[in-house]
Design a protein around this ligand. Structure first.
Ligand code: WT7
Length: 630
């Protein structure tokens, strides 16, 4: 526990040390882990390649650091509390020892299906304990997992299977979500018409009818039969990939962000313990889905490495009613609660009645993640959920950063609504203007970069290192560029302003505008489209699509619905445009570039003061667009 920050001066002290002597700083933290072989050098790096290696030549297994290292000390402690979708179904409590045996047993089953170190395994599963077991079992044998959010379509799933050339898929028959029963295996079957894997392992959850293809598909409970519940964890190099997670960028195709073993392990545990001030015995709940990085780092790896009791929730915030989160907080006596602003805003709309039925006295810390939290939502969260006594940690980070980079330390860093406040130790931020000049001092606004490596940072994009270099390390020389705009106020506190690239953040989910456009363009009557984000009361940003169509065959209403369905089918329901405006033309410059600035303004509802439109090929298009605004 010596790595714990207890005071504000302690934070500043640690921060200074981490900048002055980064290698000594991280060596000290890493020393508390179990290494099969200690590293030769803490850090080798250049951001040109980029080539970043932490704990060079160290050998370890992340699951040994969750289990073997600690089983004597706290094997009987609850590792995972699983809360089902239906409040009447029984929740499950799984101790560290039990989880260890489940992971070993399932990893033996994977091995029996020929899966070995370095193989890619897709996990397309609902929020059930087996999903965490699946991730850890892969890590145990050195297979690289790639979790795909179970709300993604078969096309999106097939793209990911193909991109990482997966050998196996771990899935379920179906998924309970609110009052719906959703097909999961059927989506996998459809995806496998456009891709292929050797093995599919299906966990039974809903009991619905599914097809099983002989020689390829196996039941989870059957592959477990006869498997030992212990084994020796595979020896992994510090820089062996732990997982791939696909995320959207400004180009059409999602990219596979690669995280490696040792640095990710060290940073997720360290950041988890400090940001949330987790104390042994506390019950911690992060409401994210394991399909996103938040679920990886702060439901599974960080908390389990820290010996925490982590809650995994299968359901949704509004089922059976808008009090569900608070019912679960009371039921499991949750101490740290971590959710997204979009959920807070959605629940805010129901007023305080659903909260008043439950006792929230167990809460000590509240967290926010995924998108900027607006001041009103922050205050509501603080007052009504935190009873004006729980600090809020507004945590800023990204799939690529692996862990939280900017956040208050709960109860220690004084907070300010809508500010992520200060960088964690080891994180050297830099604000630059569009030309790449550093903006020093306080009260500045610009683009957020990081100038020095941290252990859990992205190493590459799967199968395409050049893309990693272009996307993150080429915009500003010698720096990792986050894609976010930021303000540093007079106190030196950071406030994230949102993306400055063609990425939009819908309910905390990242969407590339090009990706949505590509999906829209799949509709046979669509000629061209342009997608922008616009402010949305609950989702943070909504998706606004301007579409040029062949209108001779359909009514506008039918076409709009068909386009929505097309996007749903190609990406998933989360990418469905909120507004679709059929237009005759798009505002293009003479060189053919769409002037998105104008489209954003119209989508926001600004219809005067369009700025300089003199370079437009046909300025009249702008008036037509304004008139047809949705
Ligand atoms: C983008 C990363 C980090 C896990 C979930 C999202 C935005 C994230 C915050 C925050 C303001 C935030 C940024 C970032 N973002 N957290 N606390 N305040 N913005 O991961 O899907 O990789 O998205 O989410 O724009 O770049 P992601």
């Amino acid at each position: 526990m010596s790595d714990r920050i207890h005071t504000l001066s302690g934070y500043f002290y640690e921060y200074q040390k981490s900048v002055a002597e980064p290698e000594n700083f991280w060596a000290r933290i890493a020393d508390s882990f179990h290494w099969k072989k200690r590293w030769d050098k803490v850090l080798k790096w250049d951001f040109k390649g980029p080539n970043v290696q932490w704990f060079v030549n160290g050998k370890l297994n992340i699951t040994e650091n969750i289990f073997e290292k600690n089983l004597f000390a706290y094997g009987d402690r609850v590792a995972l509390i699983w809360e089902p979708n239906d409040p009447n179904e029984e929740s499950k409590k799984i101790t560290y020892k039990e989880l260890y045996h489940q992971v070993c047993q399932f990893s033996n089953a994977l091995k029996s299906k020929g899966i070995v170190k370095g193989d890619r395994v897709i996990i397309y599963m609902p929020m059930i304990p087996e999903a965490a077991v699946a991730m850890l079992a892969c890590a145990r044998i050195g297979a690289i997992h790639s979790v795909v959010f179970a709300g993604f379509s078969s096309t999106a799933l097939a793209d990911r299977i193909n991109d990482c050339e997966a050998k196996a898929i771990l899935t379920s028959d179906g998924n309970f979500r609110g009052n719906k029963k959703i097909a999961v295996k059927a989506v996998v079957d459809e995806a496998l018409e456009k891709s292929s894997v050797e093995t599919v392992i299906v966990c039974q959850r809903t009991g619905q009818d599914i097809e099983m293809k002989s020689g390829r598909d196996y039941w989870w409970h059957e592959v477990l039969e006869g498997q030992e519940d212990h084994n020796v964890a595979e020896e992994m190099d510090s820089e062996d990939p732990l997982f791939i997670l696909y995320t959207s960028g400004s180009t059409g195709q999602p990219k596979g962000v690669v995280h490696t073993t040792a640095g990710y392990m060290v940073y997720t545990k360290y950041s988890f313990e400090n940001v949330f001030q987790y104390a042994p015995g506390d019950v911690y709940w992060c409401t994210a889905d394991i399909g996103w990085i938040t679920g990886h780092s702060y439901i599974v790896y960080g908390p389990l490495l820290a010996g925490a009791t982590t809650v995994m929730f299968e359901g949704v915030p509004t089922y059976p009613d808008a009090g569900r989160f608070w019912q679960v907080v009371e039921k499991h006596q949750v101490n740290q609660f971590y959710t997204a602003p979009t959920a807070i805003r959605a629940l805010q709309a129901y007023g305080t009645e659903p909260i008043e039925k439950y006792n929230l006295d167990s809460l000590k810390v509240l967290g926010s993640v995924g998108e900027p939290i607006n001041e009103e939502a922050w205050r509501w969260y603080y007052t009504h959920i935190g009873q004006s006594r729980c600090p809020i940690v507004d945590t800023w980070w990204q799939t690529e950063t692996g862990g939280i980079l900017v956040s208050p330390i709960a109860g220690i860093t004084p907070t300010k609504p809508a500010f992520a406040t200060l960088p964690l130790p080891g994180i050297q931020l830099c604000i630059v203007d569009p030309e790449g000049n550093e903006l020093t001092g306080n009260s500045v606004e610009g683009n957020l970069c990081v100038r020095f490596p941290w252990p859990s940072m992205i190493r590459t994009t799967w199968g395409d290192h050049e893309r990693c270099k272009q996307t993150y390390f080429s915009t500003y020389k010698g720096m990792y560029f986050t894609g976010d705009g930021v303000k540093r106020d007079h106190d030196g506190y950071y406030r994230i302003l949102g993306r400055v690239d063609d990425v939009i953040n819908v309910s905390g989910h990242r969407m590339g505008t090009a990706e949505v456009e590509n999906a829209i363009n799949e509709h046979p009557l669509v000629i061209e489209s342009a997608v922008v984000g616009y402010p949305h009361d609950i989702k943070g940003q909504g998706i606004y699509a301007y579409v040029i169509c062949d209108m001779t065959h359909r009514t506008e209403e039918n076409l709009v619905n068909e386009i929505k369905d097309t996007v749903s089918k190609i990406i998933g329901p989360i990418a469905k445009p909120d507004k679709i405006q059929i237009v005759q033309g798009l505002p293009k410059t003479r060189s053919g570039k769409i002037m998105r600035r104008i489209l954003r303004k119209v989508a926001e509802g600004v219809t005067d003061n369009m700025g300089d439109t003199s370079t437009l090929l046909d300025p009249e298009v702008v008036n037509q667009i304004i008139e047809g605004r949705k």
